[in-house]
Each structure stands twice: as structure tokens, then as C-alpha cells.
Design a protein around this ligand. Structure first.
Ligand SMILES: [Zn+2]
Length: 225
């Protein structure tokens, strides 16, 4: 009897260890055409599996095989809402625009997968205790999307953009350049962002000020606008 009880406890522990993060998907827009498009073209099951795979991928890009290096998040919720825009993330809750899903022209399943990867980065990334530039935060999210092969065709090409912390695709391409100089750069940068932010992190990791790195990057691609 005791033996069985111990076996059951071990089973419960294993169950918990393999399912350390819970995911939920709630379609709040099912009465709208966008909500119906989400149900028919993507589906809650696929969305949930994508949230799970995004988490695994992000931990690997951030080189966080040790759980102590990760943010302590137990549950991530996706809500499909009748709202403008594309998506946003707040308090481990991802809100996806049903209107965007419904009006997207092209492969909506791949597009939304990319959007979910981007938003999931916001759940897991460190933000320098709020001190990191917004453009860097968005750039890291799109860098992970790029590495997952979910970069949309309309993104800027490598070398384009006006400044390193412009954000999104521009900063993602720049971070990809930085990572090419030193493999694992983005993972190390994210690790440093656990405690705060300084432009000096670039000097610390790559030996050059970030503005010099941006100049080098632009020069490599012939200073295209
Ligand atoms: Zn974002």
C-alpha cells in the first residue's frame, strides 16, 4: 500500500515536472468573422501546441536549459479578442486580434505562428528591470521569430534601418549580425538584462560600443537605407 502511494507521488511529480507551464486558449470573438476564422483556419489545439513549441524554442535560443535561469511563469493564457492591432502581451496573457486573423491575406496559420512566437518572447525575456530600450525588447522578440523561420516577407532586409534600437525587424537583423560576431550573443544579452540595462553590455560582450557596431553593420551592407 505504501509502495503504491510512493509510486503515485513519483508519478504526480513526473507529471508536474513535464508540464511545468500550463497553457490555455480562449476565443472571446467567436461571434465575429475574425473569431470564426481563428477557429477554422488555426484552431485552439494548434494555437496551444504553438505556444508550447515557442516556449521550448525560446528557452533554447536563450540557452536556459537550467530552470533557475528562466522567468518563473506557471501559466500562459492566449485570448483571441475582437480588437484592433495585431497582438500584445501583458502579465503572461497574450491577446491576439481576431480582426487581424480575419483580414490577413496569405498564409494566416504561418503568420499567426510567427506572431505567437514574438509575443511568447515577451513572456520569457528579461527586460532590464524595465530599463531596456523598447526597441531592443521588440528586436529580441523579432530575433527569435527570425531564428524560428517565421520572418514575414515584408520585413526589412539585413542592413536596412536608421538606428540600432529602431525595434522589430530592424533591430532583429542587427542582433542577428551581433550574434554572427559571437555565437550566443543574444542569449548572453538576455541574461544580462535580468538585472538591468546598460549600452555597455555591447562593449562587454563584443568589445565595441553599440553605435560602432551599428556603423560596422551598415557598412557591411553598403549603408542601405
Ligand atoms: Zn512585441
Amino acid at each position: 500500500m505504501i509502495k503504491h502511494a510512493i509510486c503515485f507521488l513519483v508519478f504526480l511529480y513526473a507529471l508536474h515536472a513535464t508540464h511545468a507551464v500550463d497553457y490555455s486558449v480562449t476565443n472571446n470573438a467567436i461571434t465575429t468573422s475574425g473569431g470564426v476564422a481563428f477557429r477554422d483556419k488555426i484552431g485552439a489545439d494548434y494555437a496551444k501546441r504553438t505556444l508550447e513549441s515557442a516556449t521550448q524554442f525560446i528557452w533554447s535560443v536563450f540557452k536556459q536549459s537550467n530552470p533557475a535561469d528562466r522567468k518563473n511563469v506557471q501559466k500562459v493564457s492566449l485570448f483571441v479578442d475582437d480588437m484592433d492591432g495585431v497582438a500584445y502581451t501583458s502579465n503572461d496573457q497574450i491577446h491576439l486580434s481576431a480582426r487581424y486573423v480575419g483580414s490577413y491575406q496569405g498564409d494566416v496559420k504561418t503568420e499567426i505562428s510567427g506572431v505567437l512566437y514574438h509575443e511568447m518572447v515577451h513572456v520569457w525575456q528579461w527586460n532590464g528591470n524595465g530599463g531596456a530600450p523598447g526597441g531592443l525588447i521588440e528586436g529580441i522578440a523579432d530575433y527569435v521569430r527570425l531564428k524560428a523561420n517565421y520572418a514575414p516577407s515584408h520585413w526589412v532586409k539585413p542592413g536596412q534601418g536608421q538606428k540600432w534600437d529602431q525595434g522589430y525587424d530592424v533591430t532583429a537583423r542587427f542582433l542577428d549580425y551581433c550574434d554572427s560576431l559571437k555565437s550566443g550573443f543574444v542569449a548572453q544579452l538576455n541574461k544580462l538584462l535580468r538585472s538591468g540595462y546598460s549600452d555597455q553590455y555591447f562593449v562587454q560582450l563584443l568589445g565595441k560600443p553599440v553605435n560602432q557596431l551599428w556603423t560596422d553593420y551598415k557598412a557591411k551592407y553598403g549603408n542601405i537605407a
